[in-house]
Design a protein around this ligand. Structure first.
Ligand SMILES: Cc1ncc(COP(=O)(O)O)c(C=O)c1O
Length: 408
């Protein structure tokens, strides 16, 4: 397909250089590594620990709630633009667990997953040329959405130290310029598993207030925190009025295919994001919105069990990876563990791309090279991400296969 291009032709009859279909803003985002690696998993029969989706569906009663809504004809036609009232109220009730009082009518917007919430927020809030500071490595849609909005991304790296990835607050402060419009944060953080601490969030809030910045905070892993506490940035002093908080039912309830996400923010910010969202999807997933409203009303024990289950899976995979010879950055949250492949490749330089492309052949496991989450590809080169949101027996089998690596 790469050869298929259009040519407008020059006024003098000579053909112009062929013009690619994909525009300049998106040229660097042509294909994702996830598609390549998932295809590799399928063709080699490898265990796919690349993409972050569970291999078991979420609670049966939530699935049944979706079936009931479909049968009862709730949401089968366009639901209200901001989301069905039942879900908006459930989201507002959920935010109260953090002491955040959110008006379900004016401060909640239901979106097609967190992905649309991120896209709509950036499209709504950025003027071309605005700078957006994002923590690097970053979830891959951030860079593409900043580009679609005409913004300029300014990465600030989380750096590995003492077995975890940490933010350098001075570096963050230094990255702010008069052109900075917003901070795009993600905690718990994909792919590193870092959960920003109270002290870090306090400093980030201070910076945002001092420099009058907007903040988009992606908190889709808010319930997947194992050794720390999730603290929403919106709850910090001065942040409520400048923060767009994004979350999603996908990870929390293990229905990543439903794509029901949401934004909570003050009315003027929600109205701005809604202006963009209404021309992206207008509305989505009507019956599933009712089911997610019921999911959000599950007892606290649901979240506790989810955390306990995923903590055990994290420990299983981290221990197995360490025994297989990887350097392991034990995540405090999320579905993911980042590893250093240098102990296995026996050198200071290592190419995570090449390693991941060979891994299915070498031991029938698929992982993702962290370099795809970096502008600074060299900084991410020696690191590889594995997902542990899979059945225990699948993780056990993956670990057994990976242990063969050192011998291979
Ligand atoms: C950090 C982060 N944000 C957003 C998303 C997308 O969420 P959704 O599936 O609700 O669009 C993901 C999915 O992997 C993610 O890791």
């Amino acid at each position: 397909m790469a050869a298929m291009t259009t040519s407008a032709g020059s006024p003098h009859g000579a053909p112009d250089a062929p013009r690619p279909f994909l525009n300049r803003r998106l040229a660097e985002f042509g294909t994702t590594i996830f598609a390549e690696m998932s295809a590799l998993a399928a063709s080699t029969g490898a265990i796919n620990l690349g993409q972050g989706f569970p291999d078991e569906d979420g609670p049966e009663e939530v699935r049944e709630a979706a079936v009931r809504a479909l049968r009862d004809g709730r949401g089968n036609q366009y639901p209200p633009g901001p989301g069905v009232p039942e879900l908006r109220h459930a989201i507002a009730a959920h935010q109260r667990r953090y002491g955040l009082a959110v008006d379900p009518d004016t401060e909640v917007l239901v979106t097609a997953g967190a992905t649309e919430a991120i896209a709509a927020s950036l499209l709504a809030l950025l003027e071309p040329g605005d700078e957006v500071i994002a923590l690097e490595p970053y979830y891959d849609s951030y860079a593409a959405c900043i580009a679609m909005a005409g913004g300029r991304r300014v990465p600030v790296q989380l750096r590995p130290e003492d077995g975890a990835y940490r933010l350098d607050l001075d570096e963050l402060r230094d990255a702010v310029t008069p052109r900075t419009r917003l901070l795009l944060l993600n905690t718990p953080h994909n792919p590193t598993g870092t959960v920003l601490t109270r002290d870090e969030l306090t400093e980030i809030a201070r910076l945002a207030v001092d420099r009058n910045l907007l903040v988009i905070t992606d908190e889709v892993y808010e319930h997947l925190v194992y050794d720390a506490e999730h603290l929403p940035l919106a709850a910090f002093p001065g942040m409520r009025e400048r923060t767009v908080t994004i979350s999603s039912s996908g990870k929390t309830f293990a229905f990543t295919g439903w794509k029901v996400g949401w934004v909570t923010a003050p009315p003027a910010l929600v109205a701005a994001v809604r202006s963009a969202k209404q021309y992206l999807t207008y509305v989505s997933a009507g019956p599933l919105q009712y089911a997610v409203a019921e999911a959000l009303a599950l007892p606290e024990s649901y979240y506790e069990d989810l955390r306990a289950e995923l903590r055990a899976k994290r420990d299983l995979l981290c221990t197995g990876l360490a025994e297989a010879g990887f350097g392991v950055y034990r995540p405090a949250g999320t579905y993911f563990v980042t590893t250093d492949i240098r102990p296995l490749t026996g050198g200071d330089t290592a190419d995570g791309f090449a390693f991941c492309r060979e891994l299915p052949e070498r031991c029938q496991v698929v992982a993702i090279p962290n370099a795809v989450f970096y502008d600074d590809r060299a900084a991410g080169a020696p690191f590889v991400r594995f997902a542990f949101c899979k059945r225990t027996e699948v993780l056990q089998e993956a670990v057994a296969r990976l242990k063969g690596l050192a011998a291979a």
